[in-house]
Ligand binder design. Structure first.
Ligand code: ZN
Length: 309
């Protein structure tokens, strides 16, 4: 019998809910809803509508629906209780999310930190298939970090979920964690905006939106200021990756998230053999994720798969 799962990817602004074939790794249907950050009941109601719809869809296919996997931008305890990091999701302070979903829908539910879930998705369904030690960096509104060994997460709890806050430089950019010079504050979307502001980008191009996407598009079109901004960005990213290589010794590094797409022309340059191959027998390569929008949903389904089968 065909096995399906519901994968939920809770983002800061949007929550994606998908119906996933557990063996095929195909997202068969996907719904997107604005993330409710203040009211727990309203949050459950919104995702509940999608879960009921997918339950119906699974029944129509006579497939078995194994349960729900969830990725959340927070720390998660073993019992599925969420500790909202820095209050990004206000109501999720010590919130028993897994239990709430299990009670409401009569299915098993497993939850983990979103960046770890994305890493598991890459290891099971994406570029990490066949690699032993896979480090996945999600470059978006923040920097997410997940590490898998032989297709499994490196431990039961997301203790390294603050791994983006490595101090890599001295500067005046203050991270939301309170420190200055954090990798996360430099290689995330806000990092690119901060670098661009230092290069006087808003004054030079008042009509262009100050976004990572604009900078990468302009750079592709030959804009020199955009090129300088991206070069500084790449310098920080390389330093961060150098540190992570020494800590994790990954066989493969996957760059995902909204910013990774803009780095396609640079993958070979980030992959500096001297930087990444300190030992003769050790090889690391860097690739850009191909799962894109679906990485979180697939990872959440993979989390459930790992827990149940
Ligand atoms: Zn920080």
């Amino acid at each position: 019998m065909k096995k399906l799962a519901i994968g939920i990817d809770i983002g800061g602004t949007r929550t994606k809910i998908g119906l996933v074939g557990l063996d095929s790794g195909q997202v068969e249907a996907m719904l997107v809803t604005p993330t409710e950050t203040k009211d727990g009941e309203r949050f459950l109601q919104r995702i509940g509508e999608a879960i009921r719809q997918f339950k119906h869809q699974a029944a129509g296919q006579r497939a078995s629906l194994a349960g729900v996997g969830v990725g959340v931008p927070s720390f998660v305890f073993a019992d599925g209780t969420v500790d909202s990091t820095y209050g990004f999701l206000e109501f999720m302070e010590d919130y028993p999310l897994a239990q709430k979903i299990e009670e409401a829908h009569g299915m098993p539910c497993f939850i983990d930190n979103d960046a770890r879930v994305v890493a598991l998705g890459e290891a099971v369904y994406g570029q990490g298939k066949g690699f032993r030690r896979v480090l996945v960096l999600t470059l978006g509104t923040g920097l997410g970090l997940g590490f898998t060994i032989d297709g499994k997460l490196d431990g039961p709890l997301p203790f390294a979920h603050m791994g983006g806050h490595l101090t890599i430089t001295t500067n005046e950019i203050t991270c939301y964690c309170g420190k200055t010079g954090c990798l996360e504050s430099l290689v995330s979307a806000s990092g690119i905006r901060a670098i661009a502001a230092r290069f006087q980008w808003p004054q030079q191009y008042p009509d262009l939106p100050l976004t990572a996407e604009t900078i990468f598009t302009e750079r592709q079109a030959g804009n020199r200021a955009a090129e300088a901004i991206v070069q500084e960005y790449l310098g920080y990213l390389k330093t961060g990756i150098d540190n992570y290589v020494n800590l994790y010794a990954p066989d493969l590094i996957v760059l995902g998230g909204g910013i990774a797409k803009g780095l396609k022309p640079d993958v070979d340059k980030i992959h500096d053999p001297q930087l990444l191959n300190p030992y003769k027998a050790y090889k690391t390569s860097i690739v850009i994720s191909t799962l894109e929008e679906q990485a979180g949903i697939l990872g959440s389904a993979a989390l459930l798969r790992q827990a149940l089968f």
